[in-house]
Design a protein around this ligand. Sequence first.
Ligand code: SF4
Length: 92
Amino acid sequence: MSTNLSRRRFLQTASVALALIPLVVIRPARANTNASVRARLKYQNAPNNDMSCASCLEFIPGKTDKDLGGCRVIPGDDEIAPNAYCTSWNTM
Ligand code: SF4
């Protein structure tokens, strides 16, 4: 009787563990934004005349020209739009 209970408990635990593996392994990458630095630099999701992240030396491009990327002055943020702008824009 006790052996059946142990076996049942083991099988239940194992099946739960197996069901959770895909959730751990296939978890999508999470996007990060740095709201405090964005606010300090007045980040906006639109260019300022002809100034945009795509033409800024601080921009770290994404996979394609239109993908979101990063910025050297906004650490930990991988949601920088090529068409965005902030007050740290520079080309020097
Ligand atoms: S410094 Fe500002 S303008 Fe330049 S890439 Fe970063 S967020 Fe865009």
